[in-house]
Design a protein around this ligand. Structure first.
Ligand code: GRF
Length: 211
């Protein structure tokens, strides 16, 4: 059994992009702490200052860097600065955990096939919005859930790694449904990272196969 420090050398180095609450970041950090995820969060980048996600990272001794859009001349320059920071931290996988901006092609090219996102609906239903849980509830669906997928130029349209379904209850509100979906996100995202760390995913067109 390798010691913790031995494991660290081989751990998948992930960079997590956040914008706010950071509960998915927390789920990743907790899974690592429990020894369930052979990964380490090499850096957390936030595009907003003073959000809870930054405190969560720092409490775990993870470097957290704020790069606000307004500090750069263009969206492209902002994202290229993020890409530089991720490369400086030798990040192998970029995880979007509640990041509220669309990524530029120039950013994605630098991390091709190495960017994943968690979305709070069963894609392709209710992609593209910022409140997919509420949109699904208002639409009247009977089952919703969450999706972890690769990020491509098509918004919320990259190959699907895994999904977890959440039935809608008669007494649900949009908020209660969103809360139950979030519980599933917290399982799905670490699980997807675990599969990637283990080299168990192969992308064949739109299909992601678990080996
Ligand atoms: C999650 O519902 C995620 O699916 C969506 O944004 C929310 C982020 O929550 N993309 P948190 O910041 O991880 O708590």
């Amino acid at each position: 059994m390798p010691s913790r420090s031995d494991r660290r050398v081989n751990d998948l180095r992930i960079g997590v992009l956040v914008s706010g609450r950071g509960s998915n970041l927390q789920a990743i950090l907790d899974a690592i702490d429990r020894g369930e995820l052979p990964a380490q969060v090499a850096v957390v980048l936030s595009n907003h200052a003073e959000v809870p996600a930054i405190d969560r990272a720092r409490r775990h001794g993870v470097p957290a860097i704020v790069l606000e859009r307004c500090a750069f001349r263009s969206r492209l320059e902002h994202q290229l600065a993020m890409a530089r920071s991720l490369s400086e931290h030798r990040v192998q996988l970029v995880v979007l955990a509640g990041f509220d901006r669309v990524l530029e092609s120039a950013f994605l090219k630098q991390f091709e096939g190495r960017v994943i996102n968690v979305h709070p609906s069963l894609l392709p239903a209710f992609g593209g919005g910022l409140q997919a849980q509420i949109d699904a509830f208002d639409y009247g669906v009977k089952v919703s859930g969450c999706t972890v997928h690769y990020v491509t130029d098509e918004i919320d349209g990259g190959p699907i790694i895994l999904q977890r379904a959440v039935p809608v209850r008669e007494d649900d509100t949009g908020e209660s449904l969103a809360a139950r979906i979030l519980v599933e996100e917290h399982k799905a995202l670490p699980e997807a990272i675990r599969l990637i760390a283990a080299g168990r995913l192969s992308i064949e067109g739109r299909r992601v196969r678990v080996l």
